[in-house]
Design a protein around this ligand. Structure first.
Ligand code: MN
Length: 396
């Protein structure tokens, strides 16, 4: 179904290596991001590996609130003694230069599958697939990570040099496309080319999904049919799941075969989602109260110890949309602050802005319009000032 273009850099190599690991029953660990895109990517790859006769030894999702985004320190601690293994990152990893070095030293073979903007240095993984990395001119920067993972899986089932060897069956393909569609909509990537096809075909299949976790949502009174947009509720429920001890309820839901368990998990996520929406609204109101004092500021830059880091993104989205200014919302912790950025206007690239402040930042990364950062509290004022200067300059 793919529109024929150049090959995505390293995609064939990654597909062949993962397929070999599945067929030879090597130990495989998948480390995915905790949002809908990361969770769907993980389900897609795990099901592909199982369909090739392999198994996934463990699946991990970082607790963004407590342990930080990406491959974090606590994960590295838990991974001690688990090598040798093929360690595959999904929807994260491109910023984990130091952690990948550590994984290598621990005896893991690392494959990165990501779609985020690379920073100065690409991690020294054995294979890096990132549609935004230098040298990838295939033109697939618009894919979400689940879309990229679907293309990887297509290659695992249809290696270029052995077409017809045992393809991705129609029902598995459709089932995976349902997840790709949800992730593509969730990640707010442009609905063009393959993304458009993914959404059309995935949503069509979703109407009659056989995945118990998705059927559980359609059994709930507040989730309408696919035609009525019920998938938006499903996406927000999946994004509500937070990872605890490296496991994630949305992943458990999407991979469970037990109808009752799926119903319980789906209802649990719906309940949490309602609470989350209330908190997002109250933080947004607080931000609006604060910025009302300085209506001429070129950026919005607000933080608080009481705000949850996982809500910084949704709050920043609402505020950036309403005020049309680059918006930085952060949680202030004991010694460090971490937050999310939304910069919606064309040409106001938030990752470029932060690159100019990288001497102040512990980590940063993401996409032009949606990104994140972490820094020491003592550097907050200078960070804010330099961002302000950068964006004033851009708007002259
Ligand atoms: Mn993503």
């Amino acid at each position: 179904m793919s529109i024929v273009k150049n090959r995505i850099k390293n995609l064939t190599e990654a597909a062949q290596r993962i397929k070999k690991a599945a067929l030879e029953k090597e130990r495989i660990i998948i480390y995915g991001d905790s949002d809908a895109d990361g969770v769907c990517s993980t389900v897609i790859l795990q099901e592909a590996i199982k369909n090739l006769g392999g198994s996934v030894f463990s699946v991990m999702f970082p607790d963004r609130e407590n342990d930080g985004y990406g491959v974090n320190k606590r994960a590295l601690g838990l991974l001690k003694g688990k090598s040798p293994a093929l360690f595959i990152t999904l929807d994260l990893g491109i910023g984990n230069v130091a952690e990948v070095e550590e994984l290598n030293a621990m005896g893991f073979e690392v494959i990165i599958i990501d779609h985020h903007e690379p920073l100065d240095k690409i991690p020294a993984a054995s294979i890096v697939v990132d549609v935004k990395q230098p040298g990838d001119n295939a033109g697939f920067e618009y894919l979400c990570n689940a879309g990229l993972t679907f293309k990887l899986v297509e290659e695992m089932f249809h290696p270029a040099e052995a077409l017809g060897e045992g393809g991705l069956g129609e029902s598995l393909r459709n089932s995976l496309l349902e997840l790709v569609a949800l992730a593509t909509i969730s990640d707010m990537v442009p609905q063009i080319e393959d993304n458009k096809l993914f959404i059309e075909r995935g949503l069509r299949s979703l109407q009659e999904t056989y995945r118990p976790g998705l059927r559980a949502f359609f059994g709930m009174p507040d989730v309408g049919s696919v035609a009525a947009g019920g998938y938006m509720k499903i996406i927000s429920y999946i994004n509500t799941a937070e990872s605890v001890d490296f496991m994630n309820d949305a992943f458990l839901l999407l991979t469970s075969h037990e109808v009752n368990r799926c119903r319980d998990l789906a209802e649990g996520l719906a309940g949490k989602s309602a609470l989350k929406q209330q908190k997002i609204a109250s933080i947004s109101q607080e931000v609006e109260r604060r910025i009302a004092k300085n209506p001429d500021d070129k950026i919005i830059f607000e933080g608080d110890p009481a705000w949850k880091l996982t809500l910084a993104g949704p709050v920043a989205s609402i505020i950036a949309q309403k005020y049309q200014k680059p918006t930085f919302i952060y949680k202030k912790m004991d010694t460090e602050s971490a937050g999310s950025v939304r910069s919606l206007r064309e040409g106001e690239n938030s990752v470029d802005a932060m690159a100019l402040c990288k001497d102040l930042l512990i980590t940063y990364g993401g996409h032009a319009k949606a990104s994140g950062f972490r820094l020491k509290n003592e550097d907050l004022d200078q960070f804010k000032q330099r961002l302000g200067e950068y964006f004033i300059h851009l708007r002259k």
